[in-house]
Design a protein around this ligand. Sequence first.
Ligand SMILES: Nc1ncnc2c1ncn2[C@@H]1O[C@H](COP(=O)(O)OP(=O)(O)OP(=O)(O)O)[C@@H](O)[C@H]1O
Ligand SMILES: [Mg+2]
Length: 394
Amino acid sequence: MSMAEHNLLVVDKDDEFVSAAKELFEGRLPVARSIEEASQTAESGDLRMLLLGPSFSNDESLEHIRNLHNQDPALILMMVADTVTADLLRGAMRAGVSDVIEAPLDESKIEAAIEQFAHDVLKRRTAGKPAAEPVRTEQRGAIVTVTSAKGGSGKTVTATNVALLLNRFPDKKVVLVDADLQFGDVCLLLQLEPRFTMVNAAHELHHLDGEMLDSLLTEHPSGLKVLAAPLEPAFADDITTAGLMQMLDILQESYDYVVVDTASMLDELILSLIEKADHVLMVVDMDLPSVKNAKLALETLRLLKFSTQNVQLVMNRNNSKAKLDNKEIESALKMEIKASVPSDAAVPNSVNEGRPIVETDPRGKIAKGFESVAELIAGKIPEGTSRGGLFGRK
Ligand SMILES: Nc1ncnc2c1ncn2[C@@H]1O[C@H](COP(=O)(O)OP(=O)(O)OP(=O)(O)O)[C@@H](O)[C@H]1O
Ligand SMILES: [Mg+2]
């Protein structure tokens, strides 16, 4: 059946479950006997989904599953249990499991679970929208989600520089949202010390409005506004997907561009941010793992019936001594590369100094690279002046 092509791994100690699964998938499925083994397979392969058997319906196993989820959040985890209790469901969800299916296993149940997963992502996105009077769409700002399927590919550097470039339009208001909930470093790259973060907004969700949310933003000398990530990883738990969607809805009412930096994973939050976006910038580093992960991410989006129409590939560290060329990458990803940023030691320097390159060297080749990215969203970017902070506040 078709699921076998979706790189599914069956995981269970119990032979009975494994052979039932094998029968269902006509024996073509890889099998792991423990979470540990599954984790090794996940590290070395192109897995997109794990089907966890009934022998893991206990707290200790859920703890291991949670670690696996943290290690590879892009993996979709489905669990099969003999009986689905509320406790098990809650524990499984907390461990990152997308759904728990009641045994015995059958094909339609798995397909239904995958559909449900995609549906939930969409539903939660609409749940965040204010129910009151519909907002006229032409007045709402554009959401620009910056993602990548591999850590350290240059999302935050791209998000900060692109936000600053968009902010050069004298008549456009821009806000940068740091949705890397655990390890957000937008403020570090911009040398900002936020007094408030999205955690404050999350605690006021029931009466949050534009004015209140504005008061929780941090302003960069250029006039760019920032909604900071939680200051400690533990606070990330306070931010729900629906809550963050609500914040974005509010920001869209008064900002022309809402640029969202994200963490490298493909969990429910990121999927919602991709679904909500008017533009998705997928940053791909010029190395094999990065391209492999981008390919898997795109395939996962297609599998979940997400539109990839708004997705634009951004090649980062172009011309670095990688063995891949743009043509090979384009054919692997079945998508054209429309913008690229060269590799240069000035980038890590700008990161360490907290002085973005489009401000310190606006005419240089790296700034031009980021301009080519920003122009995918907004057309011709106004010219910058050196040192930044001179563009006037809005
Ligand atoms: N074009 C480039 N040339 C040279 N170095 C770069 C370039 N782009 C990014 N880097 C370096 O790679 C590091 C990672 O970049 P960045 O933090 O933007 O990635 P990220 O995708 O946000 O990472 P994470 O997944 O950890 O959030 C940066 O510290 C920077 O020094
Ligand atoms: Mg980052």
